[in-house]
Design a protein. Structure first.
Length: 279
């Protein structure tokens, strides 16, 4: 009578896989502990495929409400585990991520997984022994045989990944735009209007300067080398010492600026300055 059954679980999740240390997994995108909202459905065997489409549609609506660009892909059978008969992945656009095709060598768009939605049929229900009866009787008046229910699961929101996606897609020169559906939950904290009247969280410090390109070494550097000519070794050493001193002086100025801006505490500044002086 109560078929299908829908459940929503909000819990702390734990991931114990080792070896996921690539650049694309830095930060909070893939962590050992995170919060997640999971959808779960128990239904009659005849309804599971319809429920599968309904659950992925709910995940799509949630992603749309945050204004995040996404796509849904049907995972091929070779990538499925033993439990899932069919699986959808919802991938969102991450502007800062580029995937390189190993075979062709060209970059792919930065789409990364946010949601997985699986129809496990009766794989899980057989393990725990959950069956359902059919209220309709057969033509001969006897009761229909009980069947194992079908079970489905789908992510609605894994908090850390969604936060990453919002931060990457909503950056402006002034701050990070807040999705409209989240504004009522901000209580006005840290929220300001930018020059275009949009609600955003302003940056608290200036962006770091872009890294300088390494200078190319000149070929055939006999001058100033290890005794190649008159006074060669002395000239080379004096130039390198001069560059080293200039680098130290530049770094010392940056440290002072960071200390004034509050980026470094007094204790941190003293530790770094002492280490710099000893070099």
């Amino acid at each position: 009578k109560k078929n299908p059954l829908f459940y929503c679980g909000v819990s702390t999740c734990f991931r114990k896989e080792a070896g996921k240390t690539g650049v694309d997994n830095w930060g909070i995108f893939r962590v050992h502990q995170f919060e997640k909202i999971e959808q779960f459905c128990v239904c009659h065997p005849e309804d599971s495929w319809k429920m599968h489409e309904k659950m992925i549609a709910q995940s799509e609506e949630f992603t749309k409400s945050l204004g995040l660009p996404y796509q849904v892909i049907n995972i091929c059978s070779g990538e499925l585990n033993n439990a899932a008969a069919k699986k959808y992945d919802l991938e969102a656009w991450f502007p800062g991520y580029v995937d390189i095709d190993k075979e062709k060598g060209h970059p792919h768009p930065g789409m990364r997984e946010l949601v997985s939605c699986s129809n496990c049929l009766d794989y899980q229900s057989r393990a725990v022994g959950i069956r359902c009866g059919d209220p309709k009787k057969k033509a001969d008046g006897t009761k229909a045989k009980k069947k194992y229910v079908h079970m489905l699961n789908a992510t609605l929101c894994a908090t850390t990944r969604v936060i990453c996606c919002i931060l990457e897609n909503n950056q402006t020169p002034e701050g990070v735009l807040i999705p409209e559906v989240l504004l009522p939950y901000m209580n006005g904290a840290f929220v300001k209007e930018d020059t275009k009247g949009r609600k955003h969280i302003p940056y608290t410090r200036e962006a770091p300067p872009p890294p300088e390109e390494p200078k190319k070494k000149k070929k055939g550097g006999k001058k100033g080398g290890g005794g190649g000519g008159k006074g060669g070794g002395k000239k080379g050493s004096s130039k390198s010492e001069g560059k080293s001193n200039d680098a130290k002086a530049g770094l010392a100025k940056k440290l002072e600026a960071w200390a004034k801006d509050g980026a470094l505490s007094k204790a941190e500044y003293e530790i770094v300055a002492k280490a710099l002086a000893q070099q």
